[in-house]
Structure formats: C-alpha cells, structure tokens
Design a protein around this ligand. Structure first.
Ligand SMILES: Cc1cc2nc3c(=O)[nH]c(=O)nc-3n(C[C@H](O)[C@H](O)[C@H](O)COP(=O)(O)OP(=O)(O)OC[C@H]3O[C@@H](n4cnc5c(N)ncnc54)[C@H](O)[C@@H]3O)c2cc1C
Length: 384
C-alpha cells in the first residue's frame, strides 16, 4: 500500500490545479485519471484555444441552488490571479469579446502549464485507471494507494463520448451527499415540428436578446436544422426549464415605433423589405411570412405596433435540448449544502472534497467555468 496525503480523482482543470497547489505545499499527492491522458476537455475548449478565464468573473454569473456558495473561492482566486500564472509561463493570450481570455496559440499550453506546476509539486499522476474507492478507519483507499483525503474532481456528464460520466454523483451519494438533479447546460435547444419554418433557416445567425424567466443575454443566435444555437441560446439554455417558452428580441437596437416610422418614410416598402434592412434576408422573409403583413402603407398603425411587439418578444417553445452529448457543461451536481464554501470539504464526511464541475456551481459561457475549476481547485488544494 502506498501512502499519500491526498488522492485526487480526475485530471481535468480542477483536479490538476488542486494537485499542483497541494503538492507545492509539500503534500504527497496522487492524481488518478481514467482517460489515457489528463486535461482532455481543456484541449478541446474554446475551439482549441481554451477560453481560460473571464475578466468579468463575479458570483452572479454562476448558477447554483445556493448563489452565495461560489463567492468565497472566486474572491480568493481571481481571473487576474490565473492570468498572472499564464503570463509567468510565457503563454501569449488575447481578449476576445465580453472579457473572454484565450490563448493566442493552443489549449495545449494550458495543459502543459498545469503539468509543469504539478511536477513542481512532485505530484504523481496515474492515467488509464478506473478507480474503485474504499473508505475505512478514516482513510480512503484507491487500488494500492491510501490517503486521509480524497478529492472528487471527475467533472460532470457532458460529452459522454469523451468518457464523461456521472461518477462524481454516484460516489458522492455513496457517502450520503445529496446531488442537485443534473441537466445539460450551455446546450443547443430543439424546436418541435410546429416551429419547423425556422429549421429552414439553418445556418442563419443574428444578434438578439434571448430571455428565459428573469435571465437575458444579448449575443448572436443561430438557427440550426434541429432548432436554435449560438451564444445567446447556449447561455439561456442554462436557465431554461422544460415546458417554458424562451423569448427572442430580433431587433434589440430599434426604438419603439420604428415600424410606424418606416411606414411614414417608405409606405411602398413591404414588411419583408423593412426587416431585411436590419436582419439577414432569409430571416426577414420567414418572419414577414409568419406575420403575414404586406406593404407598410396598406397596414394600419396598431397592426404595425403589434408586429413590432411580436418581433421584440418572439416566443419559441423548445421541446428539449440536444442533451449531454452536446452540452458544454452540467447544471446541478453535488449539493453545495453538503460542502464548506471555504475548503470544499464535505461537512459530514471528513477528508472528502468535491471541486469543479462535479459541484452544483455552473458558470456562464465565456471562461467562467474554468475560473470556477481553478478557484475551487485552489480552495481545496490549500487545505489538503
Ligand atoms: C466542447 C467544450 C468546450 C468548452 N470550452 C470551455 C471554455 O472555453 N471555457 C470554459 O471556461 N469552459 C469551457 N468548457 C467547460 C469546461 O471544460 C469545464 O467546465 C471544465 O473542464 C470543468 O473542469 P473539471 O476539472 O471539473 O472537469 P473536467 O475538465 O471534465 O475533468 C474531469 C476529469 O475527470 C476524469 N474522470 C471522469 N471520471 C473519472 C473517474 N471515474 N476516475 C478518474 N477520472 C475520471 C475525466 O476524464 C476528466 O479528465 C467547455 C466544455 C466543452 C465540453
């Protein structure tokens, strides 16, 4: 039996960061990864360039049954702290939109950086192992390794073809921890047959405001052959619940009364023409067809006002999402009520920790999820 101070299950963003920090504090750390290599999701993230953090990171950009839980870890390890690490490793980066920071080169640099940090901490890494966990006499045993601390860093079930599973939840339940029902998030939405008109628009994108409940996002929406995607839709999908509609404002920049004004300026123009001044042609055509209005000059003012309102609150009734197969992350997970927000340790199971996506904390699109993985990994890594 090999003795360690901590065994970390999962060599993703959170597990690698946690291992590096604990190792650098002099702890003997074993990191166990079931895949043949660590950091696979990091490698495919951000289109291969890894959107590794967001400079606007704040707790209100995370979903959780307890919206306060993430505050402590996020405030103790910020986007600026991670950026500092990236710069110390000489990795070139750039800001894209909305505070999203990406590598100029490749996500491989982030994995290499984390591995270098693990090496500095003398972390032992074992890959290609499906761990069986036992717990007795205050020690956790995984194969031939034993430690007083075990960290669950095995992520969520999104992208099962990469080997993602609900392992974290099963293990947590075995230790009596509650799990908030996981559902796919940052995921395209599917539309039923009745809204098939829009499926013909597959490939058309436009900037919208998407709303579900109280949440709203202004970004691009993209029509697909199955429904809706694009950043605005991925963002709103995390807030969407089955059976609820989502509302789209197709013309967020136009002032109230713009269509009546358009009638005054160009009475011979059709609605389709008026819309195509602001929207892609195919979308203008589909919306005008649905609204069934012709020449503006021949349409009464109140009808135009009503059309304007419809265009600003276009209701779609998604019948589902594209599921975990296409979801960037998982909403839900190990209940934060079970964990210390300072250390990520389970309140009723000493020595058991959970970090990263396995926990019921889910960020917006745009680098927020990695920032949570780093921050929660460090919170645990500092106390192991
Ligand atoms: C296509 C895609 C692109 C993304 N792009 C971004 C982005 O640009 N920016 C951003 O912030 N977020 C992005 N995300 C989300 C981000 O990847 C996750 O939030 C983040 O990886 C979570 O880190 P984690 O360490 O908790 O889990 P993971 O990174 O998923 O790591 C978990 C690890 O545990 C391993 N594992 C699973 N089960 C076991 C087991 N039983 N035993 C041992 N090991 C196990 C897995 O193989 C994996 O290596 C993206 C996600 C996807 C799917």
């Amino acid at each position: 039996m090999s003795e360690y101070d901590a065994i970390i299950l999962g060599g993703g963003a959170a597990g690698l960061m946690c291992a590096a920090i604990a190792g650098q504090r002099g702890r003997r750390v074993l990191l166990i990864e079931q895949a043949d290599r660590v950091g696979k999701k990091i490698l495919i993230s951000g289109g291969g360039r890894c959107n590794f953090t967001n400079i606007h990171t704040a707790p209100d950009r995370y979903l959780s049954a307890n919206p306060h839980f993430a505050k402590s870890a996020l405030s103790r390890y910020t986007a600026a702290d991670f950026l500092d690490l990236v710069e110390r490793h000489g990795i070139a980066w750039h800001e894209k939109t909305l505070g999203q920071l990406f590598c100029d080169g490749s996500a491989k640099q982030i994995v290499a950086m984390l591995l270098e940090e693990c090496t500095k901490g003398g972390v032992e890494i074992a890959t290609g192992i499906s761990p069986q966990v036992e717990h007795a006499d205050g020690r956790y045993r995984v194969g031939q390794a034993s430690a007083p601390s075990l960290v669950i860093a095995t992520g969520g079930p999104s992208i099962p073809k990469m080997g993602a599973t609900g392992f974290a939840y099963d293990l947590a339940r075995r230790f009596g921890l509650k799990v908030v029902e996981p559902r796919p998030a940052l995921v395209p939405l599917t539309l039923p047959g009745g809204e098939a008109l829009f499926r013909d628009l597959s490939g058309v994108a436009t900037e919208v405001v998407a709303r579900a409940g109280k949440a709203s996002f202004r970004e691009a929406a993209l029509f697909t052959h199955r429904g809706l995607s694009g950043p605005a839709i991925l963002q709103i999908s995390s807030y969407w619940r089955h059976g609820e509609p989502i509302a789209i404002d197709f013309l967020p920049d136009l002032p109230a009364g713009w269509l009546v004004e358009a009638k005054r300026a160009r009475p011979r123009a059709t609605l389709r023409k008026a819309l195509s001044d602001h929207l892609p042609d195919r979308l203008a055509e589909a919306l005008a067809e649905r609204l069934a209005l012709g020449e503006l000059g021949a349409t009464k003012g109140p009808k135009l006002t009503e059309a304007e309102r419809t265009l600003a609150h276009w209701r779609f009734h998604p019948n589902g999402t594209e599921g975990f197969a296409k979801a960037e992350v998982t909403v839900g997970g190990i209940s934060t009520a079970e964990l210390s927000s300072q250390t990520m340790e389970a309140r009723k199971v000493p020595g058991l920790y959970a970090i990263g996506e396995a926990v019921d904390v889910t960020g917006w699109l745009g680098g927020y999820n990695f920032q949570w993985a780093w921050a929660s990994g460090i919170a645990a890594g500092q106390v192991l």
